[in-house]
Design a protein around this ligand. Structure first.
Ligand SMILES: Cc1ncc(COP(=O)(O)O)c(C=O)c1O
Length: 396
């Protein structure tokens, strides 16, 4: 059996593999990946916002190699220096006072949901448990996370969902305000919606949510799983808005390709979860924490994030210059960019793949770009010219 047939035979079929499932990737370096036929691709999918430092970044490889030979795992019954070091660094560079480690974005949001419920009950009474999230959001695939994800397509077939979620319109403060009641404990939003189509929040909206939460003693929780860790040109997307959350969640890029999730909490929220309330066997694993510390160090190098912001502006300007009737809108912040088109986006992604450029299409009409943050202008120029050709072809 060839690899494709073996995949079909042995792996539960939950993924639509990238355009028509033809690609087997087996090597990566910097902004490039290679397939089994040794064809090279410029990677503007970036592991869906994971490979922010590109593939096999030397700092990550070095740290992981060292830690793997030192201690791969130890239970959270014991102290672990790499875990403490990473926590210290994340706290030093964010609004959080303390962090909790887990293994993915969904788990980080699950922890946030539990924290919010416990906080609400402790502060205002046992009925307080409702969380307001935004339409078109995405928070992960566990049962509570799909319920927080206000997109019916992720709910279908898994009902009954978790009780206590209400959905407001993203970027519509009145819609959120109308949903707050005596049982609300928190508001959870992505500062830049990713899977929902790449929609940055408006400043007024996030500021308004902060005020709403302050007035009603709710936790403001930001899901920075996709937009955090330098993706927008600042370490956290919330820094663009001058609005600090009480709780934030991270995953994806933090581990440099290794699985990690993190919840950061501030003030009283940081002391809400107590021994026995929550846990994760692998959470804060020394190898993964070593990788994340290496990632953070690179992101914090002088000028790194400013360069991401500059490249993001350059890329968006180039996309806006594209001469294609099918373009509806270019949206984004830093290097999380969406190009909405009139036409078949999956076909565009396929055409680009044939020309050695990997891009992602969400919801059939939005092309999403999450390139490694280490790209150069020349990579953007190349990607834009491949895109121009692909878009022109679908216009015919
Ligand atoms: C904003 C956001 N939150 C949560 C998740 C879920 O993360 P994971 O797949 O690591 O569980 C994602 C994944 O795409 C995401 O984009």
């Amino acid at each position: 059996m060839d690899l494709k047939a073996r995949e079909k035979a042995y792996i539960i079929n939950t993924y639509n593999r990238q355009p028509e499932s033809t690609l087997f990737l087996n090597r990566g370096e910097g902004v490039y990946v290679w397939d089994d036929l040794n064809k090279r691709y410029l990677d503007f999918v970036g592991g869906l916002a994971v490979n922010s430092l590109g593939h096999c970044h030397p700092a990550v490889v070095k740290e992981v190699s060292w830690q793997v030979a030192q201690l791969i795992h130890c239970s959270n019954l014991y102290y672990s220096e790499p875990q403490i070091r990473l926590a210290e660094q994340v706290v030093a560079h964010s609004c959080a006072d303390k962090v909790f480690f887990c293994n993915s974005g969904a788990e980080a949001n699950e922890a946030a949901i539990k924290l919010a419920r416990k906080y609400g009950k402790a502060k205002r009474g046992s009925g307080v448990h409702e969380i307001i999230t935004a339409n078109h959001s995405f928070h992960g695939r566990t049962l509570a996370a799909i319920t927080a994800t206000a997109q019916p397509k992720y709910h279908k077939g898994f009902e009954p969902l978790v009780a206590g979620f209400r959905y407001g319109e993203f970027n519509n403060l009145d819609s959120f305000a109308a949903l707050v009641n005596e049982n609300t404990c928190a508001i959870l939003v992505e500062p830049v919606q990713g899977e929902g189509g790449v929609y940055p929040a408006g400043s007024e909206f996030l500021r308004g949510l902060r005020n709403l939460c302050d007035e009603a003693n709710l936790l403001l929780m930001f899901d920075e799983v996709q937009c955090g860790m330098g993706r927008t040109g600042k370490l956290f997307a919330y820094e663009h808005y001058g609005v600090l959350p009480d709780v934030y969640t991270l995953a994806k890029a933090l581990g440099g390709g290794l699985p990690i999730g993190l919840l950061g909490a501030k003030g009283e929220a940081a002391d809400t979860l107590q021994p026995g309330d929550h846990a994760s066997t692998f959470g804060g694993n020394p190898v993964v924490c070593g990788a994340a510390t290496a990632v953070l160090q690179v992101l914090l190098e002088e000028g790194f994030l400013a360069r991401v912001a500059k490249l993001g502006n350059y890329f968006m300007a180039k996309l806006r210059e594209l001469d294609c009737r099918c373009i509806v809108e270019v949206r984004g912040l830093g290097l999380i960019i969406g190009l909405e088109i009139e036409g078949d986006g999956t076909k565009v992604a396929k055409l680009c793949q044939e020309q050695g450029l990997l891009i992602n299409c969400i919801g059939e009409k939005t092309l999403r770009f999450l390139p490694p943050l280490i790209i150069e202008e020349e990579h953007i120029d190349l990607a834009v010219s491949v895109l121009q050709e692909a878009l022109t072809m679908i216009e015919k």
